[in-house]
Design a protein around this ligand. Structure first.
Ligand code: IPM
Ligand code: MG
Length: 381
């Protein structure tokens, strides 16, 4: 008897700038993964972003949120455009989606793949394989605050950072789970010497949650010191858990260390089954290079790989990761005109490698670790 075909419903949100180009490349890779591993997807295009906003005034309509809820995953390109005041689209779409879909975790691997150039002299792939677990719904990103005496010399701006036990505990628990299936080390990255109140809550979460994971070693590093250790001693880190804003900042640093924003991937994960998870390359919409084929699709393809792991397509996830890593390793430059091939061509090369299975397997893949953690969360263990 043949097995029933697995089908996943995917909402595709290409967005602005280079978003549509890298998403098209990732979808070509998804086609190849489907052919090779025998599953199908139903894809719905969701036209959010600058053009939609300018023509309709809509950022993230409630009906779209409901539509997205009906999908198994969201594949996201990039949002942001010089035609719209900075912050409107980012806050109105990306941050709103993260909050409304309860995407509690922003999972950002910092892994230097074999053969990929890094600006850090002497750094080798064996020394650089960490995952940053960024709390994704609060901290300074709650966008609460106020201004009084606006526009005068007496102007006062208050911008609050909110830390709830609910969100911090679940982020820390997820990070412990991930560390348990990796090298069993979890580092809290914070600024407890200055942000004392938030620091106490995060530290308590590390202690109380940590009691449930006695075989995971814990460590602490201040965020400023992290900016020194991450590039120079990345081997010190396995899983790092951190606040939303610190996570935003240190993951750009991590992206550069692993070869640049063009190769950095992320997953906005709903870990409670109450909303849809969303997978996006870390790079933004890069309007200055949009439409020229200069964007590296690797970040989008590695995000696709994470999506496949999340959907339970572990073999496909591993094949896409291996193919993207192999293609990136051959490039003379990781983005721009010097990349030596267009976005579309690179998508085709990655897709071909997925189809013929020719790329060397990536050891200790985060994508299969993620599948293990998600399975544990689902069955409540
Ligand atoms: C990121 C981005 C976003 C963030 C912006 C676009 C709102 O920088 O995903 O890291 O700050 O989270
Ligand atoms: Mg960022």
């Amino acid at each position: 008897m043949t097995e029933p075909q697995r089908t996943h419903s995917i909402a595709v949100l290409p967005g602005d700038g280079i978003g549509p180009e890298v998403t098209a490349a990732a979808l070509a890779v998804l086609d190849a993964a489907q052919e090779r591993f025998g599953f199908t997807t139903e894809r719905t295009d969701v036209p959010l972003g600058a053009d939609h906003y300018l023509s309709t005034g809509e950022l993230l309509p409630d009906a779209t949120v409901e539509e997205l809820r009906g999908h198994d995953a969201i594949l996201f390109g990039a949002i942001g455009s010089p035609t719209v005041t900075p912050g409107i689209l980012e806050r109105g779409i990306i941050l709103a989606l993260r909050r409304q879909m309860e995407q509690a975790i922003n999972l950002r691997p910092v892994r230097l793949y074999d053969g990929v150039p890094t600006p850090i002299a002497g750094l080798t792939p064996e020394r650089c394989d960490m995952v940053i677990v960024r709390e994704n719904t609060e901290g300074a990103y709650v966008a609460q605050g106020s201004t009084v005496h606006a526009g005068t010399s007496a102007q006062v701006a208050v911008q609050e950072s909110v830390n709830t036990w609910y969100a911090v505990e679940r982020a820390v628990d997820f990070a412990f789970r991930l560390a348990s299936v990796r090298r069993k080390k979890l580092t809290l990255c914070h600024k407890t010497n200055v942000l004392v109140e938030a620091g106490k809550l995060w530290t308590r979460a590390m202690e109380e949650v940590g009691a449930r994971y006695p075989d995971v070693e814990t460590d602490y590093v201040h965020v400023d010191a992290m900016c020194m250790h991450l590039p120079v001693n990345p081997e010190r880190f396995d899983v790092v858990v951190t606040d939303n804003l610190f996570g935003d900042i240190v993951t750009d640093l991590g992206a550069v260390v692993q070869g640049g924003l063009g190769v950095a991937a992320s997953g906005n994960l709903n870990i409670a089954g109450t909303g849809t998870s969303m997978f996006e390359p870390i790079h933004g919409s890069a309007p200055d290079i949009a439409g020229r084929g200069w964007a590296n699709p690797a970040g989008a393809c590695l995000s696709l790989s994470m999506m496949l792991g999340h959907l339970g397509e572990g073999e496909a996830a591993a094949a896409v990761e291996a193919a993207a890593a192999a293609v990136v390793a051959q490039l003379p430059a990781l983005a721009g005109a010097e990349m030596g091939a267009t976005t579309e061509e690179l998508g085709r090369r990655i897709a071909d490698l997925v189809r013929d299975g020719g790329a060397p397997a990536v050891e200790g893949s985060l994508m299969s670790q993620l599948a293990q953690v998600m399975a544990g969360l689902r069955d409540g263990s």
